[in-house]
Design a protein around this ligand. Structure first.
Ligand code: SF4
Length: 260
């Protein structure tokens, strides 16, 4: 029996790269691409290790996890150990993701707005719409968000770009404005809105990120962040990448805990 997740304790979540295949070529993507898959036997060993370390949830990623031919077996292996299961998809095959969710194999899945047939699965109760903000991308994010809400999506997640190309990195003002506008949209239409730890850290809403998180790549190598180039990545060392102009963390006025 798994322990219940308590509100103040970060969820122990592992993100596992199960394939390096991808049928998209996003301009900002830095994930390595290859015809390589994680074997189910190695995955089972990894899961047993995660269970012994009290992990509570496993998210499958890549590459594009729906391209792994044994994806249902991977999810059954997760659920069979009493862990929560999730994945992130580029929605090139939304029907497969919906089939898995309807079969009870997914507690949650992230669908990336703007990719594939992303609108198709957004109303599923397990769906979270991922809104990636690139520099000068605020209008695009708000278009995706408005369309998601109009379709009936229940959850939106703002993700700030955290790769190595500084031209893609949103300014702190852009992140702040995006979270403010999305929060207003969510309040008006009853849609849950959240931001990733990176964005919250840039905005001064938290001082840490990735607590309880572990990233495991296809070769079993572990890290504490999916984005080694991120300025906050523990593997890169805090402050490793110089902050670009307009990319400085926001300081909130004394005594204020939120932006709005
Ligand atoms: S869908 Fe994901 S893995 Fe594929 S190219 Fe885009 S960001 Fe990279």
């Amino acid at each position: 029996m798994r322990t219940v997740h308590h509100k103040n304790k970060p969820l122990r979540l592992a993100s596992v790269e199960i394939t390096r295949r991808c049928n998209n070529r996003c301009v900002y993507c830095e994930h390595p691409k290859a015809e390589e898959d994680l074997h189910i036997s190695r995955f089972s060993e990894l899961l047993d290790e995660l269970v012994s370390e009290d992990f509570e949830a496993v998210a499958l990623g890549g590459g594009e996890p729906t391209l792994h031919p044994e994806l249902p077996d991977f999810l059954e292996a997760i659920r069979g150990r009493g862990l929560k299961a999730g994945l992130t998809t580029n929605a090139r095959d939304p029907e497969e993701v919906l089939r898995l969710a309807d079969a009870g194999l997914l507690d949650t899945f992230g669908v990336s707005a703007g990719k594939g047939i992303w609108q198709r699965p957004v109303t599923h109760p397990a769906a979270v719409v991922n809104l990636l903000l690139l520099q000068k991308g605020l209008v695009q994010v708000m278009k995706w968000a408005t369309e998601s809400v109009r379709l009936g999506a229940g959850r939106l997640l703002l993700l700030g770009y955290k790769g190595s190309v500084s031209d893609f990195t949103p300014t702190t003002d852009e992140l702040s404005e995006a979270l403010l506008l999305l929060t207003c949209l969510g309040k008006k239409f009853g849609t849950a809105v959240a931001a990733d730890d990176y964005t919250r850290r840039r905005l001064g809403l938290t001082t840490t990120c990735g607590e309880g998180f572990r990233r495991i790549d296809i070769y079993g190598r572990t890290d504490f962040c999916c984005f080694p180039e991120c300025e906050y990545s523990p593997s890169a060392g805090s402050g490793n990448r110089p902050l670009i102009s307009g990319n400085r963390p926001l300081s909130l006025p004394k005594g204020r805990r939120t932006l709005i």
